[in-house]
Design a protein around this ligand. Structure first.
Ligand code: AMP
Ligand code: MG
Length: 346
């Protein structure tokens, strides 16, 4: 298939392309859309055939459900059974990087939800995504637009690399603002929340809206073999570079000294803080932002992991992030990419 790549920065200046993308989704095609989190591989969320196409283009197991994207928070009513907690969350965080898992209505096919009786709903804030969803007139089912097992794409170049020839259109909306996938919460029957995946909406922000927020143990821990996570995606090894990734913790100066030594001893690649650049040899360095700038580190992480893989180093080193605020999301993605390999530098 020939993939059409279209650049859109302002949807009001790209009416024809938006119409084309909307029609393509409605007609059962696949369109990659930019969002504020990562790029999404979109198809009609009410069409089982579109869902099958998404799984096949991504190479994703079909028991790992898709998130449906809506252009207005109240549209959730059409596809799921909402409640007061949903509307509290919607008022506080939508449009934005929050996905809410709710009981699904009949119109959403089992193919989209991986057979679950719940559906994950999100209203993105990216103007191009919202324009395409609203033009399509159907919810857009969209997982991250990467080949399964690769880091989520945060630029159109990443998407082209993974999906050129496998989708009808790729909409290039520039670099994603947040760079990590959305926060996912499940609303429990007692109106408490379970945080299934940390993201741009932090645990503390959720606590401001809902008193009881439980953190799913899979976010920080390893699943035992027969354990079934609440969010099926959590059982898959994600975002793993080909070279082993080792996360370093301990005193910052000692870590920098360790990295200096390793640069002489091995063919290593380092995802370093900006402050470390001057102390290290510039061979094999990928700066990911200042030590205290978690937002920048989140924005650059997936792109850095893709770049790191291109060098085919013996080992990739990175810093183990703190779990505060957005740090929890960064920690979760990094610990999974590293298959929980953490080295303490003493
Ligand atoms: P991705 O689209 O690649 O960001 O992945 C979507 C994530 O949403 C996966 O990890 C799924 O496990 C999760 N998800 C989607 N639908 C549900 C649902 N109904 N219940 C729990 N988790 C879900
Ligand atoms: Mg994904």
């Amino acid at each position: 298939m020939k993939t059409k790549v279209v650049k859109i920065t302002d949807p009001s200046l790209a009416k024809t392309d938006i119409e084309h993308a909307g029609r393509c989704i409605r007609d059962g095609g696949l369109v990659v859309i930019p969002t504020e989190t990562v790029y999404g591989l979109g198809g009609d969320g009410t069409n089982p055939q579109s869902a099958r196409k998404i799984y096949s283009a991504k190479g994703r197991p079909s028991d790992n459900p898709l998130i449906i994207h809506i252009s207005e928070p109240r549209d959730a009513e059409k596809y799921a059974y909402t409640n007061d907690v949903y509307y509290k969350l919607a008022d506080a965080f939508m449009p934005g990087p929050l996905t809410v898992v709710l009981p699904k209505k009949e119109i959403i096919p089992n193919e989209v939800t991986g057979g679950l009786n719940t559906v994950a709903v999100r209203c993105p804030s990216h103007p191009v995504a919202r324009a395409i969803i609203s033009e399509a007139g159907v919810p857009i089912a969209a997982p991250s637009a990467n080949i399964s097992g690769k880091p989520s794409p945060t630029s159109a170049e990443h998407v082209i690399c993974d999906l050129d020839g496998k989708v009808d259109m790729i909409i290039d909306g520039g670099e994603c603002d947040i760079g990590l996938e959305s926060t996912i919460v499940m609303v429990n029957s007692d109106n408490s929340l379970t945080l299934l995946r940390p993201g741009g909406i932090t645990y503390d922000a959720l606590l401001c809206v809902c008193e009881d927020v439980f953190i799913s143990p899979t976010i920080e821990g390893v699943l035992s073999e027969n354990e079934r996570p609440l969010s099926p995606g959590m059982k898959y090894k994600h975002y793993a570079p080909t070279s082993p990734l080792v996360l370093l913790c301990g005193d910052q100066d000692k870590i920098t000294r360790f990295l200096c030594n390793e640069q002489q001893r091995t063919r290593c690649l380092i995802l370093c803080y900006d402050e470390e650049i001057s102390a290290l040899s510039n061979k094999g360095l990928i700066p990911i932002g200042r030590h205290d700038d978690i937002q920048m580190q989140a924005k650059k992480l997936f792109s850095a992991l893709r770049e790191a893989d291109r060098y085919m180093p013996d080992v990739i080193y990175a810093h183990l992030p703190d779990k505060d605020g957005l740090g929890l999301a960064l920690y979760n993605r990094m610990i999974r990419a590293a298959a929980h390999t953490v080295k303490e530098i003493k």
